[in-house]
Design a protein. Sequence first.
Length: 280
Amino acid sequence: MKYMTVKGEKLSQLGLGTWNMGENAGRREEEIAAIRCGLASGVNVIDTAEMYGEGRAESLVGEAIKDLDRSQLFLISKFYPWHASPDDQKKSLAASLKRLGTDYLDLYLLHWKSDYPLAETVKGLQDLQAAGLIRHWGVSNFDTADMQELVDIAGEGAVFANEDLYNLDKRGVEYDLLPWQKQHGIAFIGYSPFNSGNGQSIPVKASLKQIADKRGVSVHQVMLAWTMRTGQVLTIPKASSVDHMRANLAAADLALTAGELAALDRDYLPPKSKQPLESI
């Protein structure tokens, strides 16, 4: 398992995404087993949100971790933009903590930018942090200008992470956002590494198929390994079965060569100019 260190936190580069999990009672035990398999294999990051199944994903995670050492986990959840006021943040957090069966979050994120004044949202998050209810805070679906505004408000060193869409076919953040976050010491969490969240899967081009065939792995494992190639991105694929989780774990240990990365760059072009931020 590959790890990255952010502000003193040792985080597995492979995290556990939970979008659309906890919504099918017939798959509940299988989904819990998948989460526990990942955690038993060295993953320590779980990403969820109050939006996911209107809390059902959080409840699933709570059940999966109830007998585990909480101090060994890094739990992330997110709140709706319309819960961005300090009072609504407190209410959302209290509900999330109850569903997760814990008394604190390691990271709390504004799910996407709100019409509510950002400075007031930051104040609410800082108050939750001071109260010990969250250890770190950040945002999701913010672009470079949004992040600069956030740092101008909160100060350098205050923001822990920003979570955005990132995969082999959606590389726009590489042009300016990823370098900017590295410069400012802000973790980048990449969601939807297979681009499956919007039903439009990544096209399998020649280089991708050739690498997978040569390595004896799936194209999805190559896609996932690619997101972790620099050591800067914490990627959070969803795995609803133990078999899928094991495939993701194997991908975390797959190191692509310089030649393979160059071949992928020819088929999946890196950005040469600023791109609009994409999201799902």
